[in-house]
Ligand binder design. Structure first.
Ligand code: NDP
Length: 401
């Protein structure tokens, strides 16, 4: 049984659903449900026009466990793919447990009232999923997702031991807007304005947000400023690949983005503390999201490429070696294929691949899994086959910073 229920109808979901529909050998009936049905219907229409495949749609508030469980009972999917927001993760995991359904997501749980992401809340479900004989796959996007699979691929095939791992996320795309985020603005700004943290010799080292900058020359993009950041896969990689002494995450930002962000932060617009406005409470960051362009509308104008990958230094056959595994994705190609830009594409495709591997029984297990706990090989093969080809390069020396 390969029927799937996808929750959420933003850019990532749109890509995943287009890709699922394109692969009828991997997926059975596809149902798409979100808070507002018209967004699901728009995706279903595009899928029908492009690939002639019918998608069923429904409306559901994923924060309502009972309502979601009722929908699951009606649809009876083998797998629920959560492409809503991180706030919904725990409620959707509850609904899966209630109905005996496997679960997959692309981002770890965050409470609405704290800008804090960590896996503890979702790892706490380990026993319940195990006892129910169900599998929950966490973080099947690009980062987290592909970047963690790259790390396990390096460990399996390229190095006997990894000593340091740097994840480099570059978006060299230009959407032509003064200020916009490439995925959900609220989640994106919470992530970028949080203090940076990296893992070194068993400890977490915290530095102020966006305070550590390096220049790196990205293949097919060019030289970019990239900044040290905390990113959720650092936590699970430190747990599951404990031999690694240092793990860091870097993301590129342009000057224009950072200038806007600084101003917005200085005037309080990125705060998640509620304020009173005309007699009602509003959260500044949520209001900001309402006035920013919707990421799903950026596809049409975005040009350029993303380049995301892992640089690992370690030992191979007794010698020090540094390898770089990365993918380059073109915004315009992604848009031509699915109607969405590359940031949604690079997340939606791995979500589709993780789902296909679970539905096909290639990745199976009972309990809660991070993606690096599974065999990287079938996932890496599918990246090549489904639009996210990767390359391996040996670097002459480790990163100097
Ligand atoms: P969007 O904001 O574009 O889409 C989110 C969708 O979820 C919207 O359709 C929204 O509904 C829906 N939604 C929100 N709340 C609820 C609810 N209570 N019930 C039902 N539906 C709800 O986000 P993206 O598509 O950009 O991102 C989707 C997910 O992917 C996020 O969790 C994000 O963090 C993650 N992500 C992961 C990446 C990775 O590499 N691992 C990279 C980028 C994103 P509405 O349309 O009505 O607002």
């Amino acid at each position: 049984m390969k029927d799937v229920l996808v929750i959420g109808a933003g850019g990532v979901s749109s890509v995943a659903v287009h890709k699922m529909a394109k692969n009828p050998d991997l997926f059975g009936k596809i149902t798409l449900a979100s808070r507002r049905r018209f967004k699901c219907d728009a995706i279903a229409k595009s899928v029908m026009e492009r690939y002639g495949v019918e998608i069923a749609t429904a409306e559901v508030d994923a924060d309502d466990v009972e309502a979601t469980a009722r929908l699951i009972e009606q649809v009876k999917p083998a797998l629920l793919v959560n492409l809503a927001l991180p706030y919904q993760d725990l409620n959707l995991m509850e609904a899966c447990l209630k109905t005996g359904t496997h679960y997959l997501d692309t981002a770890n749980y965050e409470p609405r009232d704290q800008a804090k992401f960590e896996y503890s809340w979702q790892w706490a479900y380990q026993q319940r999923f195990k006892e129910a004989g169900l599998m929950a796959l966490l973080g099947s996007g690009f980062d987290p997702g592909v970047t963690s699979v790259f790390a396990t691929y390096i460990k399996k095939h390229l190095l006997d031991r990894i000593d340091t791992l740097d994840i480099l996320d570059c978006n060299g795309g230009d959407h032509g807007q003064h200020f916009a985020t490439n995925f959900n603005p609220e989640i994106n700004i919470r992530e970028v304005t949080a203090p940076a943290r990296h893992y070194e010799n068993g400890e977490w080292v915290e530095t102020p947000a966006l305070s550590e900058r390096q220049v790196f020359i990205f293949d097919q993009v060019g030289a970019k400023n990239m900044y040290l950041m905390y990113h959720e896969e650092l936590e699970s990689l430190a747990k599951h690949l404990p031999e690694i002494k240092r793990i860091r995450f870097w993301m590129t930002f342009g000057e224009q983005y950072l200038t806007h962000l600084r101003v917005l932060e200085n005037v309080g617009m990125t705060s998640i503390e509620p304020v009173m406005f005309e007699g009602r409470e509003i959260v500044p960051l949520q209001f900001l999201k309402a006035v920013l362009p919707e990421p799903s509308t950026l596809g049409e104008t975005t040009k350029g490429k993303t380049n995301i990958g892992d640089i690992a230094t370690g030992e191979k056959d007794g010698k020090q070696k540094t390898v770089y595994v990365y993918n380059v994705c073109d915004h315009e190609d992604a848009y031509a294929e699915t109607g969405n830009q590359a940031v949604s594409y690079t997340t939606g495709v791995p979500a589709m691949i993780g789902a296909a591997l679970m539905l096909g029984g290639i990745w199976k297990g009972e309990g809660v899994f991070n993606i690096e706990q599974l065999d990287p090989d079938p996932f890496m093969d599918m990246l090549n086959a489904h639009g996210l080809p990767w390359q391996v390069k040996e670097l002459p020396e480790p990163l100097r910073f």
